[in-house]
Design a protein around this ligand. Sequence first.
Ligand code: NAP
Length: 269
Amino acid sequence: MAATLVLVGGGKMGAALIGGLLNSGAHAADALAVVETSPNRRDELAAMFPELAVHAQLSGDVVAPGGGAIVAVKPDQAESVALLLGGLGVERILSIAAGISTQRLQSKAGPSCRVVRAMPNTAALVGKGMAAISGSDAATAADLDWAERILGAVGTVVRIPERQMDGLTAVSGSGPAYLFLVAEAMIDAAVSVGLTRDQATTLVTETFVGAATLLAETGRSAVDLRAEVTSPAGVTAAGLRILEMKGVRSAFIEAIQTAAERSFQLGRA
Ligand SMILES: NC(=O)c1ccc[n+]([C@@H]2O[C@H](COP(=O)([O-])OP(=O)(O)OC[C@H]3O[C@@H](n4cnc5c(N)ncnc54)[C@H](OP(=O)(O)O)[C@@H]3O)[C@@H](O)[C@H]2O)c1
């Protein structure tokens, strides 16, 4: 039986989405299929999701006309996959390919298929993703709801106009990497003040989790939360003074502006 939802590209992000959809019960396994060109990866997917149909290529036997598809291949493959999907009568496409506009995908998929584009991040792998979605001109509110249900299985979803996608990519798409860099630096610093690397890793990791939870769950601003742990002339104030003197705030502003510009350029390459 052909699936009503097919995932094309069962790599890291694709597998995270499938795992989220199955674990949350958002989609029945027998109505889902994966198309993956790499034979090794197909074996891995079959081991990870024994209940799932894993195929080597797209065809009318894999996805039912009127069904939907998630495009999770690398960006340079996304347009050719959209062309194939449109030809098979797929009605909706959710593409997570970075930088490929809805207009480019929509023009390949054709008028009987509607495209939604998303930018997820790697935290989707642990169900804590942050994703944004934008619809093509042809996409309806129901198409956005459909895309939100899929990505909602692996985290939080916001809807944005597509013109904000480069900025969002630079913030939440790349964001985990910035925070990992800060974590690396804090672990090195902890070792430099006498802690072991194991201790440092636990301290920094749990500090990140705790601070992120405070930010997410108290509803208070980062400014307030920071002020609260900063007594006048105290330990934290001494540390923060150095971070401000070294320009950490402007470094982040410049980094995110440069990353957004890079995302803009790559999308037009
Ligand atoms: N990873 C992230 O943090 C992240 C964040 C936001 C968006 N994205 C987007 O998510 C997409 C997937 O990223 P990823 O990190 O999951 O990549 P990935 O691990 O390389 O997964 C892509 C998979 O698709 C397979 N594939 C290639 N062409 C195919 C085709 N025509 N039909 C079916 N399968 C095909 C690839 O096989 P081969 O390896 O043999 O080519 C690979 O196994 C990318 O477009 C990326 O821009 C990723």
